[in-house]
Ligand binder design. Structure first.
Ligand code: BGC
Length: 730
């Protein structure tokens, strides 16, 4: 079907979320159906559901399954389909590295960009779009929902995660999952839990006291599970407090199932299983090879024969898998590969996310937006003439239309290649400024770039940092001499604007010398257009930082990256590589106080604070009214007092145990002169401490300081509220 026909018939024929929005069976009904079908299965058929394969290494009868991350055999005689799995949160990926032309999918901006929108509805829309594509490509499981908290700014996978805050991360991942699953497919939430760095992820033990864990990383998962109700939870590679996450009965049985009442199934990360840990709470081993024994294959048979595992254990795991399949519509509405996809519509969603997630960090003398009087613009660097960078690893999406540029990194595995989505900021800027001269220098020779900068009225330097799964970056500096390039250009022309395409925070030694900085993250399929539209003020700059940007690595809780002395920096990207099974402890001095809370606690001033982001207009805050009791509600008014339409994200923070906690926010779009009264009620868990003995949240009675503002370090209204002491569960 052609795209235009697809657009006309979208509601009926094409793979959009709406096309599959028929109601799913209620959970109890789903469980009853799952139980009924289970009774008709032989013991062998039940076991089959518990072992997934990498499609390339699957048994012969599954070789026709769509080729991506995984496949789990179903039971065709009973109408139970295979589970067909593809990565990930940022679009439908294609088996890390083995990407064929024609496999393209909409490449969303990174999760950091999604988080910078602070917009749950938009994140849900993005999830619905990529879920629709997964479905249309024949996948009924999307390995999405990455929600590990950003604790380590050098983590190579931060671009796949949302933020450093449990409320922001949990809320957004929940909505992303809801969007994906609106297509009658399963989404995961991952990687459960505390997979905060890539260096040594296969063997390290992430150590944290239970209360701190419950109040931070686990809280992000808890909120995500409540809002998104994912069909599956993916357990992580690492150990948590000395026990591998996929055999961690505390995490899987006690926290997830007993305390949170989770009814779906737990699948392992690929190669993360170390024992036949079905009693510890794992239901399904992922990514095995049919030609080799597997713990949830032959291992399970041996354990059953010896009595270490009972048939009832297998039945329980199979029931959980089947229940999710029935609940989400996987059985009733089977997927079929080759359905048409409305890439045009989904591309618009990708652009909207990129536009909403770009953060204006600095704008001296209101140099941005670029006015029409600026006639000679020079664009420099980062292949801005052809496209925008994306992150590497299993989540890498081959963009629709093919990559604009692919650069393998010498000495690195194939899935660590730099790939640029075909959306050129240079061409987009030219299209928006037809009357101006917009020229390009590739930035490889700083002296030449600086000479060209002297003749320009305004310079836009693009700078990039490639990050990828499996590796962390060795430091927070822009690689490959880009700091020197920016410094040389800014010295030649102070009207320099820097656009960053990075996985997360970077240092900016040239910050005082440049006029403006935009953080564009990895901006995805239509990122070039989004950047140009923000630069020229077609739309407001509306993103807000979901992570703190440190002023120096010494400010971070672990100035030396844990495990970094165990491997060698390798390859062009200077990334670390540590043997997968190396055991070493990782301690978290910040405990529950990840990100901005750590900076608050240590009184360190970061380069840019969590929540920071400038707009092209100005907002006034007034009329704070606080109500207390069991939780707090803040009512206040925000007015657009500038001359342009704009978007404000008003953030509410409370001091809990002396440390600032984000307890809610509201994002509003206001015309000049427009005023809105907003009301934010805190989820009491953000005001509480977790009482391990009582297994309950406890809010201490007393007075709480509250600040409402435009960033974690920019209070605009302050007050105090009294809370009655309470426990959250009766
Ligand atoms: C990653 C997961 C991914 C899986 C399948 C693993 O290496 O950690 O996030 O879903 O591979 O590709």
């Amino acid at each position: 079907m052609s795209r235009s026909v697809c657009r006309l018939a979208a509601a009926l024929l094409c793979s959009t979320a709406a096309a599959h929005a028929a109601p799913s069976p209620r959970p109890d009904e789903a469980e009853a159906r799952a139980a009924a079908v289970l009774t008709q299965m032989t013991p062998q058929e039940r076991r089959v559901l518990l072992r997934g394969y990498v499609p390339y290494y699957a048994p012969a009868r599954l070789l026709g399954a769509p080729n991506s991350a995984g496949v789990v055999p179903g039971v065709p005689r009973l109408g139970v389909p295979n589970l067909t799995e593809s990565d990930a949160s940022l679009g439908v990926a294609n088996l890390g590295g083995v990407m064929r032309a024609g496999d393209g999918a909409t490449a969303l901006p990174s999760a950091a960009a999604l988080a910078a929108t602070w917009d749950p509805a938009l994140v849900e829309k993005a999830g619905a779009a990529i879920g629709a594509e997964a479905r249309a490509k024949g996948f009924n499981v999307l390995l999405a929902g990455g929600v590990n908290l950003v604790r380590e700014p050098r983590n190579g996978r931060n671009f796949e995660y949302f933020s450093e805050d449990p409320l922001l991360s949990g809320t957004l991942v929940g909505h992303a999952i809801r969007g994906v699953q609106s297509n009658a497919i399963i989404s995961t939430i991952k990687h459960f839990a505390l997979n905060a760095q890539e260096t040594g992820r296969g063997g390290l033990s992430a150590n944290m006291a239970e209360a701190a864990l419950r109040e931070s990383d686990l809280l992000a998962f808890e909120i995500g599970v409540e809002i998104g109700r994912p069909g599956s939870v993916m357990c992580a590679y690492n150990q948590v407090n000395g026990v591998y996450a996929c055999e961690n009965s505390f995490l899987l049985n006690d926290v997830l199932r007993r305390d949170w009442g989770y009814k779906g199934f737990v699948m392992s990360d690929w190669g993360a299983v170390h024992s036949t840990s079905i009693r510890e709470g794992l239901d399904q081993e992922s990514g095995t090879n049919a030609k080799k024994p597997a713990l949830f294959g032959e291992g399970l048979e041996t354990a059953l024969a010896s009595g270490k595992v009972a048939q009832a254990d297998v039945d329980r795991a199979a029931l959980r898998i089947l229940t999710s399949m029935y609940r989400l519509g996987v059985v009733d509405r089977p997927v079929k590969a080759g359905e048409p996809i409305d890439f045009e519509a989904n591309g618009r969603v990708a652009r909207e996310v990129a536009e909403s997630g770009i953060v204006l960090l600095k704008n001296e003398g209101q140099i941005l937006p670029i006015g029409t009087a600026t006639q000679r613009i020079l664009v420099i660097g980062a292949h801005a003439d052809v496209g925008v960078l994306g992150g590497g690893g299993s989540s890498q999406v081959l963009p629709v239309g093919g990559a604009a540029l692919t650069l393998p990194l010498p000495g690195e595995p194939i899935y660590h290649k730099k790939m640029y989505a075909p959306s050129s900021p240079l061409l987009a800027l030219r299209a928006l400024r037809p009357g101006s001269s917009v020229t390009y220098d590739d930035g490889t020779d700083p002296a030449r770039a600086a000479a060209a900068a002297r003749d320009a009225q305004l310079v836009v330097v693009f700078a990039e940092q490639f990050t990828a799964e499996g590796k962390d970056v060795p430091d927070l500096s822009l690689p490959n001499g880009q700091d020197a390039l920016i410094a040389a250009v800014a010295a030649a022309n102070p009207k320099t604007v820097v656009v960053l395409e990075t996985g997360g925070p970077v240092l900016m030694p040239w910050l005082d010398k440049v006029s403006a900085v935009l953080e564009a993250w990895y901006p995805g399929q239509r990122g070039g257009e989004a950047i140009a539209r923000v630069l020229t003020g077609e739309i407001d700059a509306s993103g807000r930082l979901p992570v703190t940007f440190p002023a120096a690595v010494d400010q971070t809780p672990n100035p030396k990256l844990p495990g970094s002395d165990r491997g060698q920096p390798r390859g062009d990207a200077g990334l670390y590589d540590v043997a997968f099974d190396e055991h070493f402890p990782v301690e978290y001095p910040e405990g529950a106080d990840a990100g901005y809370r750590w900076y608050d606690r240590t009184k360190a001033k970061p380069l840019f604070a969590f929540g920071h982001g400038l707009s092209y207009t100005r907002f006034a805050y007034s009329g704070l009214e606080l109500a207390g009791g069991r939780t707090l509600t803040a009512r206040f008014t925000v007015a657009n007092v500038g001359t342009r339409p704009g978007t404000e994200t008003a953030q509410v923070y409370a001091r809990v145990g002396g440390v600032k906690h984000l307890v809610g926010w509201e994002r509003v779009v206001l015309k000049p002169g427009e005023t809105r009264t907003l009301s934010v009620t805190a989820d009491p868990r953000l005001l509480a401490a977790f009482d391990v003995k009582a297994r309950n949240w406890r809010v201490a009675p007393g007075a709480y300081a509250v600040a409402v503002g435009s960033a974690s370090d920019a209070p605009r209204l302050e007050g105090e509220v009294r809370l009655t002491g309470s426990r959250l569960r009766p």
